[in-house]
Design a protein around this ligand. Structure first.
Ligand code: SAM
Ligand code: SF4
Length: 330
């Protein structure tokens, strides 16, 4: 008989948020995220859409209220919208929302379908609005397509939050303009510190920007008001003069692991209890070999092993964990 016990870890934290990486593949190669020549998982290793849905539904039955689909680039997986549709049926009965983080390259075509499938909010990564800087950071991306995608999402009635990784010497000086543009467009903006996840072709320490520095600079020219909104993640929020929200995701300069409410499922079926640790539990094997009861037992085991906090340090010689953000889905 499957356990329907609520998801409480050994540190007393209730798990209410599941992130799912639906593919480790991506059509871009952002420098801070991936190496140029990345090796991706063979398709045979991936969970099927039905398996992802069964696992996600088990989490919903046990108390997860928000699910975010991510990747890699979720929209390069053809059946991603079918998954949104299937999970979207649970919104209002157990689940509060299904959301997605996307690089936006395919959003212009997908926006209306995503809205129809149940997406009401989406995060779009946009590290620069300058075509040359964007192309450099993503190694070949076309910012015009992403901007079209963002406009299409807005027209479809999806609230857009922009994600921007702060990068010294690349986009740091663009942050005030990005905040103003987001404000004028009605988009919230989250600034993110680079995290030491997976080997890339360069040294992340060269590009690391502490968000404390960004906030000090912004506060000299923009009236920002502290906002008490919390999501159980490492973000802190401010209200901007445009009525939008500014989020700072700074796991390196501020640690909020005490209130962590999330776990992460990879496209291979591994459940990671912390972005900053290698420990994982194989839910694919549990489901395939023992069905839903074994899945529940594996989830219980994972909760018992969720670490108290991450071990990130930007000045460490090697990445804190070997896997890339694209495997665990941001
Ligand atoms: N491809 C989609 C995208 O870029 O939005 C979804 C996956 S991506 C891994 C999710 C988020 O993680 C993006 O906002 C990206 O900028 C961020 N990210 C990737 N690698 C990172 C790293 N090493 N440190 C901090 N943020 C990272
Ligand atoms: Fe792809 Fe997103 Fe990583 Fe950029 S950040 S390479 S878009 S997965």
């Amino acid at each position: 008989m499957a356990s329907a016990l609520p998801l409480i870890d050994r540190h007393g934290r209730a798990i209410s948020y599941l992130r799912v990486s639906v593919t480790d593949r991506c059509d871009l190669r952002c420098r801070y995220c991936m190496a140029e020549a990345m090796t991706f998982l063979p398709r045979a290793a991936l969970l099927s859409l039905d398996e992802i849905a069964i696992i996600a539904e088990r989490f919903i039955a046990r108390g997860v209220r928000r699910i975010r689909l991510s990747g890699g680039e979720p929209l390069v997986r053809r059946d991603a919208i079918d998954l949104v549709r299937r999970l979207g049926r649970h919104v209002g009965s157990g689940l509060d929302e299904v959301t997605m983080t996307t690089n936006g390259t395919r959003l212009a075509d997908a926006a209306t379908d995503l809205r129809g499938a149940g997406i009401r909010r989406i995060n779009v990564s946009l590290d620069s609005r300058d075509p040359a800087t964007f192309r450099f950071i993503t190694r070949h991306g076309d910012v015009a397509r992403v901007l079209d995608g963002i406009a299409a999402a807005k027209r479809a009635g999806i609230a857009v939050k922009i994600n921007m990784v702060a990068l010294a010497g690349l986009n740091e000086d663009e942050i005030p303009d990005m905040l103003a543009w987001c404000g004028e467009q009605g988009h919230d903006l989250s600034l993110i510190e680079t995290m030491p996840l997976g080997a890339i072709d360069e040294d992340r320490t060269d590009r690391f920007v502490p968000l404390t520095r960004v906030l000090d600079r912004l506060a000299r020219t923009v009236a920002l008001e502290r906002d008490s909104h919390r999501t159980g993640g490492p973000a802190r929020y401010w209200r901007t003069p445009w009525g939008t929200r500014l989020g700072l995701i700074s796991p390196l300069t501020a640690n909020f692991c005490d209130g962590c409410n999330r776990v992460r499922l990879t496209t291979e079926g591994h459940l990671y209890m912390c972005l900053g640790h290698e420990d994982r539990v194989d839910l694919k094997a549990a489901l395939r070999n023992g069905g839903v009861d074994a899945l529940d037992a594996a989830i219980d085991g994972a909760l018992a092993a969720k670490p108290a906090r991450h071990d990130f340090r930007i000045d460490a010689a090697a990445p804190a964990v070997a896997r890339h953000m694209s495997v665990t889905g941001g």
